[in-house]
Design a protein around this ligand. Structure first.
Ligand code: RAT
Ligand code: ZN
Length: 418
């Protein structure tokens, strides 16, 4: 049942005043220069839109698309998805929300006026403006020391913007083991292709060194549907159990498990070429049970797994479901998932992260999410009022802060003694 007008309006008003912590993005500290993407060409060539334009223009080959310079790719996306067609998809609507919020013409025939606006911005001022418009107070980056450009920046050092918190992403170092051995050796870690000998302690040293250097707030990895625990035969499971979890425990930081991605099912599509699969929720429960003093932030990619994740989180307080990830970040799914989580977990989850790759996307991803999550929450409050429990503005303020200020990912768990 939709919420009463006045409750919905109160929630929307308070939500607007509640700054959000965005716990998973692909944005970078502005001091990291070109790694931080922003502006119209980046917005329009977001991989969600690349997949859509290539469906609209079936005559354009992937090779010729990638051979095209980025501004021309952006122009193609604009013409095909925004001018020649009605831009109904969520990714298209997002661009329109950004343009409209910035006071730009979302109905332009071409990009020249929009480009002029972006050319006049300087990145630091623009970061401030976008954070303000998005109502975001801090974002977590996705940091990968195996990326040579990124590593060079960390090694050189830079003045950190405190709004951009680091997280250590483990995919390139640990997945597809021993694929990364050469890179780790080149970085000074005496690892071997087998996990015997001192390899595991050297991987731990890599994780500890880099967590320390970047001040990582959690360790994160995306996992395929076939991830299992326990599984003594799988290198990745061994690395997670014997290297990642011990380092996370020692540093008192969470491990983020992002499960259900099937990488590169269409490799020619690049970032847009990954697909979805189910997660083994028992593996997550087994980890949470065996490592009760470590927090597992968990986001799963398949809609079908959302209910199982709520059940798992009800069993284990060290499982914190977060966000509506990637293909789930669409209004109809955010509504369903948020309602389910509130009903099954109360306020003990992180409803949303943006996954932004382009700074400006913070504006639309948070505006759209606030609208839906706010209306779901208001409907729940209505149910409570009808059950005799009035909900005050102070309640709403407290609840929204609990859900969105990032405190849940910093929860302290007692050491496991038994
Ligand atoms: O949502 C995305 O942009 C994906 O491509 C991935 O980056 C995903 O969120 C991930 O972190 O692996
Ligand atoms: Zn991501």
């Amino acid at each position: 049942m939709p919420a009463s007008r006045s409750l919905a309006a109160t929630v929307a008003r308070i939500f607007k005043q509640t700054p959000a912590t965005d716990i998973h993005t692909h944005l970078f500290d502005p001091a990291m220069g070109p790694l931080l993407l922003w502006g119209i060409d980046e917005l329009l060539t977001y991989h969600y839109l690349v997949a859509e334009v290539l469906r609209a223009r079936t005559d354009v080959s992937l090779k010729s698309f990638w051979d095209t310079p980025k501004p021309a790719q952006a122009e193609l996306v604009w013409q095909e998805l925004f001018v020649r067609r009605t831009p109904v998809s969520e990714a298209c609507r997002g661009v329109l929300t950004v343009l409209q919020t910035l006071g730009l013409n979302a109905n332009a025939e071409n990009l020249s006026g929009i480009r002029k606006y972006f050319a006049a911005q300087n990145v630091r001022g623009y970061v401030d403006q976008v954070f303000k418009l998005a109502g975001v107070e801090r974002v977590y980056m996705t940091n990968d020391p195996l990326n040579p450009t990124e590593r060079a920046l960390w090694e050189k050092g830079f003045g950190r913007d405190p709004r951009f918190l680091a997280t250590l992403r483990l995919d390139s170092a640990l997945k597809d083991w021993p694929g990364s051995v050469g890179n780790l050796i080149a970085m000074g870690y005496a690892v071997d292709t087998s996990l015997a000998g001192r390899t595991l302690s050297e991987v731990r040293r890599y994780l500890a060194d880099w967590s320390q250097r970047i001040d990582a707030r959690y360790l994160a990895i995306s996992l395929a549907p076939n991830f299992r625990y326990p599984d003594v035969t799988a290198s990745l499971t061994n690395l997670i159990v014997k290297a990642v979890i011990p380092v996370a425990r020692e540093r008192g930081i969470p491990v983020a498990l992002m499960i259900g991605v099937r990488k590169a099912v269409n490799p020619l599509l690049g970032d847009a070429g990954d697909s979805v699969g189910g997660a083994d929720i028992a593996a997550l429960e087994n980890l949470a049970r065996d490592f009760g003093d470590v927090t597992f932030l968990a986001t799963l990619l398949a809609r079908e797994d959302m209910h199982g994740l709520c059940v798992a989180a009800r069993k284990f307080k060290n499982i914190i479901p977060f966000g509506c990830w990637w293909f789930l970040n669409n209004p109809f799914l955010v509504r369903e998932i948020t309602a389910m989580r509130l009903e099954m977990l109360g306020l003990s989850f992180v409803p949303q992260h943006s996954d932004c790759r382009v700074l400006d996307q913070l504006i639309y991803k948070w505006m759209h999410s606030r609208e839906i999550i706010g209306s779901v929450l208001a409907a729940k409050y209505d149910d409570l009022e009808r059950a005799g429990r009035p909900v005050s503005a102070a309640d709403i303020r407290r609840d929204l802060a609990t859900l969105f200020d990032g405190r849940l990912i910093n929860q302290r768990l007692p050491a496991v003694t038994a």
